[in-house]
Design a protein around this ligand. Structure first.
Ligand code: GUN
Length: 294
């Protein structure tokens, strides 16, 4: 029987751990731990994400400041907000929800967040530290995957991990985590992207397959090795007239097709997804504790 990697239960456990830690940290720093969130524009998905991030903060005792600006906000104004949060010693973490409206240069905004408060792990200084194997803020989704693999004691040492997707948010950072020389990693890593002529040539070689390319149910049983571990990062809506909403959410892997061939798998929903916000809270705590930048 394959192991179903339960991200929902694991995330709930981590949230309980965080709640205890928040109390101790507040006593040590004599104030609340604070995460500042900036949402620019009216993107419906972003509004939902920011609301859930803020709600989860409150549940754990982390205070959240949510600033909503309309889509016409200038880049200069956004940079001013970040500057004021950077220099506010009571703010531990800063998150600017992506995507930003087209007239705002996303990289410029992200690079202006102080690396010391960069709980998303997107600042080039933190990206560089990850590559160099130094303590850093790790982007939340890859950190969630890493945590799941660790907690389910999936041994990566010398295993071939194939990552599908080269995004800055998932593909690149997870690949960089998995090949690091430490007891929870040390994997041999291949990164595949749209340039791959025959994707299944690579996926069939994977002991651990991390699918993060955003194509619904692309990976079938014929594409994987017997006993592979599947980490499915995809969150895709596909039309389904048999559901009340008219759609259902599926991953990048065809779960029902592969289930009898895998040794472990993350379901969608309920796998990687729920881990992401708990990692954001963890990064905020690490910032409050000055764990990375002393
Ligand atoms: N939009 C989609 N995913 C993310 C994320 O991890 N962080 C931020 N800031 N925006 C996002």
């Amino acid at each position: 029987m394959p192991i179903i990697i339960d991200g929902k239960a694991t995330a709930a456990k981590i949230v309980e751990e965080i709640k205890k830690d928040v109390i101790t940290i507040s006593e040590n720093i004599h104030r609340k731990t604070i995460l500042a969130l900036l949402l620019v524009g009216e993107d419906p998905a972003s509004q939902i994400y920011v609301r859930s991030k803020s709600k989860r903060c409150e549940e754990t005792g982390i205070e959240s400041i949510v600033l909503k600006k309309d889509a016409s906000t200038s880049e200069e104004e956004v940079l001013d907000i970040i500057q004021s949060w950077n220099s506010d010693d009571t703010i531990d973490g800063i998150l600017v929800q992506l995507p930003l409206p087209k007239h705002i240069n996303e990289s410029k905004v992200l690079y202006n967040i102080s690396p010391k408060k960069d709980v998303d792990g997107f600042h080039p200084e933190n990206v560089g530290r990850l590559v160099a194997g130094l303590p850093t803020f790790i982007p939340c989704t890859p950190m969630g995957i890493y945590e799941l693999l660790k907690r389910y004691e999936i041994n990566l040492n010398g295993k071939h991990c194939v990552v599908l997707g080269r995004s800055n948010i998932v593909g690149k950072p997870i690949a960089n985590l998995l090949y690091q020389k430490n007891p929870n990693a040390n994997a041999i890593v291949t990164i595949c992207h749209t340039g791959a002529k025959d994707l299944s040539y690579y996926t069939k070689q994977a002991d651990v397959l991390i699918a993060a390319m955003g194509v619904p149910e692309l990976i079938k049983a014929n594409d994987i090795k017997d006993g592979a571990v599947i980490i499915d990062v995809g969150i895709n809506r596909i039309p389904d007239p048999n559901t009340a909403k008219g759609y259902r959410v599926v991953g990048d892997v065809d779960y029902n097709d592969v289930i009898n061939k895998v040794s472990a798998i993350t379901p969608v929903p309920g796998g990687v997804g729920p881990m992401t916000i708990s990692m954001l809270l963890l990064n905020t705590l690490r910032s409050a504790k000055k764990e990375i930048y002393k």
